[in-house]
Design a protein around this ligand. Structure first.
Ligand code: EPU
Length: 344
């Protein structure tokens, strides 16, 4: 028992463990760095089947209350290693506690292609598959090989391949059927030693041209993405936020055509047969919410999809703002926005 108590804290403030920077106290908090510790923890007094939360970087959660009556588990094992190597590819295993952005930098420095477009995404490696992180035309699933997770229900270690993760747009099995059941310990990615750079999205090519870069290296591309991201997305260490608050809605072509009559400038991306993805940021922006602020809860002035905490907002204020936006967008465009952030 003493070993367990070593890792268990009582009434722990999660301010540094949620990127909205909310003051939330958890009744129990544990840092664990091995499977053995995790198994020990399951025997602990704070372990309750129904109130357990695994937190990585906390970059995609919104706590509604200022008290979480349960156990928060934070995995601290970091680092990566090559588990397989061929002439053209490597399979790299990264431990779940590794900071995602640092990991991408190290892959870019090593010249391994596949995740450079995911540069600077906040959070830890373990959280990346949960919502199949994506940016600038690339998603985690594109280089995903498999992951290892601890099953809280059976107490066993399980391996998930790409198919069993059931990845979709900002979604996976771990957000649906497997929700709250697994603790991701490590993730394996298949990366290429050479490869085509994916620079078709948005203004990446324009940015590189402006910089006078004609034949960009993987490092040039990563740097371009970092610069573009930093120019419009607030740094959570400066202004609390969880990136995009809503997913980009995918609507039927017919509804889109109706909307286009009324709003000829509405941006769109094809998304499967007869379906169209519309940027939620544009809808929120057009509805007049960009830069809105009430108390310390607001909508970022440079990206309407990002809700922010200017300092002392509480979770319910941010949530209330999100609900107002959701209702307004529904009334104006007939589109129901769905949060991307996990509401706890
Ligand atoms: N737009 C506006 N107003 C704004 C911001 C954007 O009208 O305030 C319009 C832009 O003009 C553009 C469109 O919305 O036509 C799309 O904007 P942007 O390229 O910034 O991307 P996004 O669709 O808002 C998505 C991801 C981001 C990712 C970027 C780049 C989702 C929910 N969000 O945002 O991911 O970084 O594309 O790939 O898919 C995240 O998931 O947390 C995240 C930041």
């Amino acid at each position: 028992m003493s070993k367990i108590l070593d890792v268990l804290d009582r009434f722990y403030n999660l301010k540094n463990y949620n990127s909205f920077g909310l003051n939330v106290v958890a009744s129990y908090f544990a840092n664990v760095d091995s499977l053995a510790q995790l198994k020990d923890l399951m025997q602990s007094p704070g372990f309750k089947e129904d109130r357990r939360l695994v937190l990585g970087g906390g970059s995609n959660v919104l706590f509604l209350d200022d008290f979480f009556d349960g156990l928060v588990i934070h995995y601290t094992k970091t680092g990566w290693e090559i588990v397989e190597e061929t002439e053209n590819e490597v399979i790299v295993r990264a431990h779940a506690g590794t900071n995602w952005s640092d990991f991408v930098d190290e892959m870019v420095d090593a010249g391994y292609h596949g995740i450079e477009n995911l540069s600077l995404i906040p959070g830890n490696v373990g959280a990346a598959p949960m919502q199949n992180i994506g940016a600038y035309g690339v998603e985690l699933k594109d280089s995903f090989e498999k992951l290892e997770a601890f099953d809280f229900q059976t107490g066993k270690l399980v391996s998930f391949d790409k198919k069993s993760c059931d990845f979709g747009y900002r979604s996976s099995f771990f957000k649906h059927g497997g929700k709250d059941r697994y603790f991701i310990l490590s993730v394996q990615l298949r990366l290429k030693k050479q490869g085509q750079l994916n620079r078709g999205y948005g203004n990446i090519s324009d940015y590189l041209k402006q910089q006078g870069v004609e034949n960009p290296s993987i490092k040039d591309l990563s740097q371009a993405i970092k610069a573009i991201r930093s120019s419009k997305l607030p740094d959570p260490l400066v202004i609390g936020n969880a990136g995009s608050f809503f997913k980009n809605p995918v609507i039927h072509q017919l509804l889109f055509e109706d909307l286009q009559q009324e709003f000829p400038k509405i941006p769109s991306y094809p998304s499967g047969t007869s379906m169209i993805k519309v940027p939620a940021a544009w809808l929120i922006d057009q509805a007049g919410w960009k830069g809105y602020r009430k108390g310390d809860a607001g909508v970022h002035e440079k990206q309407a999809l990002v809700l922010v905490n200017y300092g002392n907002a509480v979770g319910r204020e941010i949530f209330a703002l999100a609900m107002q936006i959701q209702l307004d967008v529904k009334n104006k465009f007939g589109i129901q926005l769905e949060p991307e952030v996990n509401i706890i």
